[in-house]
Design a binder for this molecule. Sequence first.
Ligand code: EPZ
Length: 419
Amino acid sequence: MEKLIVTGGTPLQGEISIQGSKNAVLPILAACLLGEGPCELENCPEIKDVEDTLHILRKLGCQVNQSGKTVRIDAETAAGYEIIGGEAARIRSSVLFLGALLGKMRKAVLPKPGGCAIGKRPIDLHLAALERLGAAFSCEGEAITAEGNRLHCGTIRLGLPSVGATENSILAAVLLPGETRIEHAAQEPEIDELIRFLNLRGGKLQRMGDAIVIEGGRCLHPVRFRIASDRIVAGTYLFAAAAAGGELHLQNYAADQTLAGVLLQMGGICRADHLGGMHFQMKHRPKALPGIRTAPYPGFPTDLQSPLMAVCARADGQSRIWETVFESRFRTAQELQKMGAEIFVQGNLATIKGKARLHAASLRAPDLRGGAALVVAALFAEGISEISGLEYISRGYEDIGADLCLLGAKIRRHESETR
Ligand code: EPZ
C-alpha cells in the first residue's frame, strides 16, 4: 500500500500551475455524449474520477482518445444507455449520466448511487427535477431505470441549489425543443463552465437571477475546450501555505472574494497578478477564525472545510467551523487529534483551539478532501508523518505530494507491504 511520508517544519516557497478542475470536467465529459462529436478537452486533470468516467464513456460506445491532459471524445457511435457496476458504482459523479442519457437516448439504467464518507448523498432532487421534464423512474435491486420517451421542456424549481441536480437538469434539457427554466439553480462556477461549454457548441443557456434559462433543441457541434483551473485544489495549496507559512505564486488561479477574505482574516496577504494568477504570503502563525460556515456558492465551499480545519489546528486562538452542506464531513478531526490537535465536534459545529505545534503521526485519509487536509497538517507538524488512503486523494489531486515538493515541502511516496 502506498503512503506519503511528510517531514514537517518547512515553509512553502515557489510557484505552481493548478491542475484542471475535477468538478468542472466531470459534467462536461457527460455532456460530450450530446450532439455531434468529436469534442476535444484540454487541461483535463489526470485523476481517478476522470479515468473512471472515460471508462464509462467507452462502455457506452464512445470513441475516447487520451493523450496526457487532452481527451478526445466522439459519441457518434454511442448507443448504450446502461452504466451498471464497475466504475459507475464506484464514483458518485456517474449520476450525471442520468441527465445526459435521458437527453440522448431517452433511457438510462444506472446504479443507485451509494452514500459515501461525507454523507448519504441522496438523489431525490435529481429525480424530482427530471420528472418535471416528463422522465419516469423505477428501481429494481441496486439499479435505477429512467424512461424519457415523453421528455419535454418545462420549469424546474429545485428544493436545494444542488450542484448535481442542476447539472443533470441542464444535460437532460439542452436538446429538448423549447424553453426550460431551472429555478433555485446552484451558482457554483463549475456550472458556468458547463454552460460555457454547451454555448460554445451552439447551445443557448444563460443565468437569469437564481434561474438558468435554456433554449433547447439547438444543434450541438464539435468543439475544442480548455478546462478551467481547479479552485478546490488551488484553495488546498493556499491553505497549505497559510498553515506552514511561506510565499506562493499560483500561475493560473486567483482566489475569489470568499476565499481571499478567509485568507486575509487569518493574516495572509493576497495579491492578484495581471495574468489571471495570484501571489499569497503568510509571514506569521495564522490567526483563528471566530466563526465560519460552509454554504453553497458564493459561500465558503464545503470542499475546503477539511483543509481549513487543518489550518485552524495551528491558528493562534479558537476557531469555529459550521458544516451546513454535508451531514458527516468532520471525520478529519479524529485524524488531526492524533497529531495533538484540540478539536471538539458537536453536531455540525467544530470548535478548534489552535496550537503552535502539532506532532507527527501515522494517519489515514478519511475521504478525498480530508486526506488533503492531513497533508496540510503534516507540513507544519514536528517530525515525520505517514499518510495512507492515497486512493481517496488521487480521486481529485493529480499528485499533491509532487506539487507541494515543487513548493519546497519534504514529501515522498513509500510503498509498504502492510495494509
Ligand atoms: C458536488 O456534489 C461536488 N461534486 C462536491 O464535491 C461538492 O462538495 C458539492 O457539489 C457541493 O458543492 C462534483 O461536482 C462531482 P449537491 P453534489 O447535490 O452535486 C443534498 C469533492 O470533494 N442533496 O450540491 O453531490 C446533499 O446530500 C466533492 O470534490 C439532496 O438532499 O452536491 C448535500 O447535503 C464532494 N438531494 C447537499 O444537497 C439530492 O438529490 C449538496 O449536494 C442532491 C443533493
